[in-house]
Design a binder for this molecule. Structure first.
Ligand SMILES: [Zn+2]
Ligand SMILES: [Zn+2]
Length: 144
């Protein structure tokens, strides 16, 4: 007895041509993950949609120093969306004054990577998450 297997050569089936561009659905709740340079810190950023976070470049002196670059890139996200992962290590907080505004900056407790910052007035509302620390920074491109 022999078992016959139908011949399904891929070349026999014409490949459909996709004309429409795949657009990422932006209105879906999403959880982005992130970590610091040394992986001591790990976190989740849960958003109602990708539009719930707004990434911008900041050229202020405080951001240059904190990020070690010619600008800082951070995504403004609702406070309740940011959570350190359960297995995450400890962060350190630096509170400073920049342009008469009290600024809180959170860094990895080991490698010192920036994790997020916020101005005193936004304390209970938003976190500016360091976009470079996201595992997929391209999900939140700068929008201004
Ligand atoms: Zn680290
Ligand atoms: Zn800044």
């Amino acid at each position: 007895m022999s078992l016959s297997i139908p011949n399904q050569s891929a070349s026999a089936i014409p490949t459909p041509i996709l004309i429409s561009t795949v657009v990422e659905r932006k209105k879906e709740p999403i959880t982005l993950t992130g970590s610091c340079y040394c992986q001591h810190i790990t976190y989740n950023l849960r958003l109602d949609s990708l539009e719930d976070a707004r990434t911008s470049l900041c050229h202020c002196r405080s951001c240059k120093k904190a990020f070690g670059g010619v600008f800082g890139v951070a995504a403004k996200a609702p406070l309740q969306g940011f959570r350190y992962a359960r297995e995450s290590g400890k962060s350190v907080t630096h509170v400073g004054v920049d342009n008469e505004t009290t600024v809180h900056r959170e860094f990895c407790g080991r490698c010192g990577s920036p994790i997020y910052w916020f101005a005193e007035g936004l304390k209970g509302h938003f976190r500016y998450v360091a976009v470079g620390s996201l595992d997929e920074p391209s999900r939140l491109p700068p929008r201004g």
